[in-house]
Design a protein around this ligand. Structure first.
Ligand SMILES: [Zn+2]
Length: 117
């Protein structure tokens, strides 16, 4: 069944291991929990608010090509989401500016629901 919110994102995911610069706007429909990684390479945890599908969005910075950012998105299962959310929490907990951007309470709530599943 096609999700009204993320079917376009699912189509991008289905396009495979393709790097977009940048990803189509449809990815903005997803809920963002935060990210982990460094400035060069980071992974965002996202979730569709309608069908609760988790996505991992990878951003890679290429200095050699003048600082262009390549992005890729993939669909992930709860196990992978749990793995990523723990890293995201460590990252957000360690940086004040991230705490104002991404909610730790929201991350904790999501972590608990993932651990139960
Ligand atoms: Zn959806």
């Amino acid at each position: 069944m096609d999700c009204v919110l993320c079917s376009e994102v699912q189509a991008v995911v289905a396009a495979g291991d393709h790097y977009w610069e940048p990803l189509p706007d449809c990815v903005n429909a997803l809920d963002v929990f935060g990210y982990f990684g460094d400035d060069l390479d980071c992974v965002y945890l996202k979730k569709c608010p309608a069908c609760k599908t988790y996505f991992a969005e990878y951003h890679a910075d290429h200095f050699e090509s003048g600082g262009a950012v390549s992005q890729r998105i993939e669909k992930i299962d709860a196990e992978k989401a749990l793995e990523i959310i723990k890293k995201v929490m460590t990252k957000v907990e360690g940086a004040e500016w991230l705490k104002s951007k991404y909610s730790l309470a929201k991350l904790q709530k999501e972590l608990r629901s993932l651990e139960k599943s």
